[in-house]
Write a protein that binds this ligand. Sequence first.
Ligand SMILES: [Zn+2]
Length: 337
Amino acid sequence: MDSNQQKPKTLQDAILFFSDPDNTLEYMKRLRWPDGDVYCPFCGRRDVVYLTNQRKWQCKSVHKHRQFSAKVGTVMEDSPIPADKWLVAVWMLSNCKNGISSYELAKVIGVTQKSAWFMLHRVRLGLSLNAKKFGTKRKIGGGSGPVEADETFIGGKMKNMHRDRRARYVAEQTRTGGGVGKAIVMGMLDREMRQVRARVVPNVKRETLQATLLSEVKHGSKVYTDEAVGYDKVSYNFIHDVVNHMETYVDGQVHTNGIENFWSLLKRTLKGTYVAVEPFHLERYVDEQVFRFNHRKHEDQKTPMTDLQRFEAALPMFVGKRLTYSEVTGKDGETPF
Ligand SMILES: [Zn+2]
């Protein structure tokens, strides 16, 4: 592997770096097989043969799909878009503070806007802690610091929406029982670790909020919330301190300012870069923001992460996740690309 000096530092470096197929292959290998040992994804055989010209491997057992590339079993599988463009897309989305639009990505890597749009959705799925994946995600809490929990409402501008979109939007709202015109996101921040978990929730009922808390936060953590009715009885599972927003200044430590800071970052991105986000896609944009928020600094909470470190932290998250075109669009029968 190359030395650290040769590794990319900026987006410009990254584009240049991944234009070398050997560099791309090295990173794709690390993405797919983090411990460095290439094995057949279909039968597990480890003595696979590397086919230099095709930059693929071949399993010695005769079975279907015996030839495979490093894209197999990742969000990039089945995409005709070359891996170097995918890696640049990952670089951009994991690092651009306010997200990137499909128009920007299309221009940078030279694909159509539609392809870029689809790629970005797949990359967001890669960055998601909530999407199904091999292995388990780490819960937050459990340390000496508190966890702040809060919800926010993200408003859709229905009148600016195309008729088809609006119909889908309303159907989704009806299905989930949320307030029409608004989507609800619940967020939790481990104040000590500076780690956020967030997800779209259908409503602010007690059962919903508490189930979400239980799935994201370790048992016995100290949880700060505002006095929303949904949080009473939380103390059965957590130590619970309520913030009354009128008394925030008096309470001192007991506040939810940290998670509110996350909400303002999320809303800035949604307003600035992603002008028309449908509730259908909101979860993915939340996932994207959570990834960047959680990778601002190293675990010591002092040293900022570099763009390269954020990119390398993102890569292993892409394994074991798939997203089809119809899952992205909610439509069947369109051609994937
Ligand atoms: Zn095999």
